[in-house]
Design a protein. Sequence first.
Length: 150
Amino acid sequence: MLVGSLRFRLPCILLAVCALVVLNAGSARAGSATRAAFVSDTNHARDYHDRREYRVRDGLNDVAQNWADWMAAHHSLEHNPNLESQVHGWQSLGENVGRGGSESAIQRAFMRSAPHRDNILSRSFTLVGVGTARDSNGVLYVDEVFKRPS
């Protein structure tokens, strides 16, 4: 499994990338239930750490879903190079990307990685959007977009 984290703040950009490698296969098609599981697990972690739950925004879901689809189609784990221009009205912006065999395995990897956990537990971000897709080999890709509105 591989995961990556990215965070932007105006006016400077900070890039933090972390990778974990675990081989895990999956075959189920990613869908709304998988996206909902990432949101639920993220908000559960926030609740456990006395943080307010993220509110889900369709616009962020759309950006995240398009990028998850792209990663799965290209069998490539990358940050969205156009994220800053695709998300509007932000004061701070972050992104977690990951791939693996299941939602729970990727979520565990996110929580074990400081940059990913920082995005998930951020006191700055208030909104989230999640996209998930599986490639032709059944590997699950996820893009999580975090935002604090301007």
